[in-house]
Design a protein around this ligand. Structure first.
Ligand SMILES: *Cc1c(COP(=O)(O)O)cnc(C)c1O
Length: 463
């Protein structure tokens, strides 16, 4: 540890070995691209984006060790050594008996819920990610969110805003009957409320309630390492434990997990389904063969399994995690200095700007989040993601106006190990420019949309 207190900069704990050029554009080019894309940022070509903060999923950079591992990939259909190495890594890190590879997180979810859920069942979670919710609802089961009240208020500061409300869990079980709850899930970190962590204390309290009713607990563990590092920083008693020990303690509380390895697995594609239940694992592997592939590759190439195995270990490096959370916090604090309201405190993987308070003159029906996201792109080629009434607005019965989303957010998600501090400083400069002109911005209307997941394809026009 440095004794020179004048050193404040948390440097990227890596050097750049291979580069991908950014294709530079100017404001006039981008105005054309916006018009061609009907102001939908999903329709902009990636080559015309300078800084892509659309998502942190599968967009990170692999290390030299991961690329070396890619070359070791054993592409045997059955019994591949690459699978043996991945299985050994996951068993050691997570401690689960059965390790089932899948092509990404939602494939693990689909298989798990198909095997565990039936019509009329109820599955609680702190907050369901959209794919877990969809995979439960397709089984005609109900997905219930039970996050603590602090988690629902963007401005409330709480060290573990992602926690589950244990009292509400008890009430739900009493009301529903434990026989209708085949499992409970906890999402670490809680993506949908801003990448907010869940404490070890909360995991233990949830487990204690579930034990009274013999309900299994599964973690939706896409960001298991970021969550563990937050525990180390914020939860008394964990400051001297290693992240690896904390990860193992989190996993030991659960009966299994689903993982999107596109997040803390540090790979561009991959997922995992883990369980300690032999009978369940057998059914899951049978289903895996039907749609993903043989259980020793599960929809991935041998080289993908190798990269995942190395990535799952690298993500536990505390210098990396320190840099990761410092980068997010740095962006968040500077946006607040400019005057933006964000979901507080900054989470692990993204900063969420409150577009409703930034653009109070633009009503939800004219999509303030979309307006701000378009302006970030126009001004600086920065691609962000609207999480507001474009994504969640619903048509109202007998009325031309929609039911708006609860919050109008713009998410700036940070790909892992991809952008340097100067990239982030550029984002902050553009944000300042946009903020200074915010009162002059005007909203959008939707001129064409599809009935499902409209945000991907909707066409917009300026109001
Ligand atoms: C990304 C994500 C998923 C889904 O994983 P995919 O790999 O995108 O299919 C599930 N849960 C959480 C919390 C996620 O962030």
């Amino acid at each position: 540890m440095s004794t020179d207190l004048s050193i404040q900069t948390v440097i990227e704990p890596f050097i750049i070995k291979s580069i991908e050029p950014i294709h530079m554009t100017n404001r006039r080019d981008r105005e054309d691209f916006l018009q061609q894309a009907h102001y939908n940022l999903f329709q902009i070509r990636a080559r015309n984006v300078l800084i892509d903060l659309l998502t942190d999923s599968g967009t990170g950079a692999m290390s030299s060790e991961q690329w070396a591992a890619v070359m070791r990939g054993d592409e045997s259909y059955a019994g591949s050594e690459s699978f043996e190495r991945l299985e050994a890594t996951v068993r050691e890190l997570f401690g689960f008996k059965h390790v089932i590879p899948t092509h990404q997180g939602r494939a693990a979810e689909r298989i798990m819920f198909s095997v565990m859920c039936k019509q009329g069942d109820v599955v609680p979670n702190n907050t369901h990610f959209d794919t877990t919710r969809a995979n439960i609802e397709i089984q005609e089961a109900e997905a219930v969110d039970l996050v603590i009240p602090e988690g629902e208020n963007p401005q409330t500061i709480h060290p573990f805003k992602g926690n589950m409300d244990v009292e509400k869990l008890k009430e739900l079980i009493e009301k529903t009957g434990s026989e209708k709850i085949p499992l409970c899930m906890i999402t670490v970190t809680n993506n949908s409320v801003g990448g907010q962590p869940v404490s070890m204390e909360n995991l233990k309290a949830v487990r204690a309630v579930l034990d009274q009713y013999s309900i299994p607990l599964y973690l939706d563990a896409a960001r298991f390492a970021e969550n563990a590092y937050f525990i180390k920083l914020r939860e008394p008693g964990y400051e001297h434990k290693t992240v690896q020990e904390i990860v193992r303690e989190m996993m030991d509380i659960a009966d299994g997990c689903t993982v999107s390895a596109k997040k803390d697995g540090l790979v561009n594609i991959g997922g995992l389904l883990c369980t300690n239940d032999d009978a369940l694992a057998q059914k899951e592997k049978d289903l895996l063969i039907l749609t993903e592939g043989f259980p020793t590759y599960g929809g991935l190439a041998g080289r993908d399994l190798e990269a995942m195995s190395v990535g799952l270990q690298e993500v536990l490096d505390e210098d990396y995690l320190k840099y990761r959370l410092a980068e997010t916090q740095y962006l968040g604090e500077r946006l607040v200095k400019i005057g933006f309201q964000i979901i507080q405190p900054p989470g692990g993987h993204a900063i969420y700007i409150d577009a409703a308070t930034t653009l109070p003159h633009i009503p939800p029906s004219q999509y303030p989040g979309q307006t701000l996201a378009v302006e970030f792109y126009r001004a600086g080629g920065i691609r962000t993601c609207e999480i507001g009434s474009v994504m969640f607005g619903k048509p109202a019965e007998n009325s031309p106006t929609e039911i708006p989303s609860q919050l109008e957010l713009v998410r700036l998600a940070l790909p892992r190990r991809t952008y340097t501090q100067s990239h982030i400083d550029y984002v902050i400069e553009i944000a300042r420019d946009v903020f200074n002109r915010k009162d002059k911005l005007t909203g959008f209307k939707i001129i064409e949309q599809s009935p499902h997941l409209r945000h991907f394809t909707a066409k917009f026009a300026p109001c």
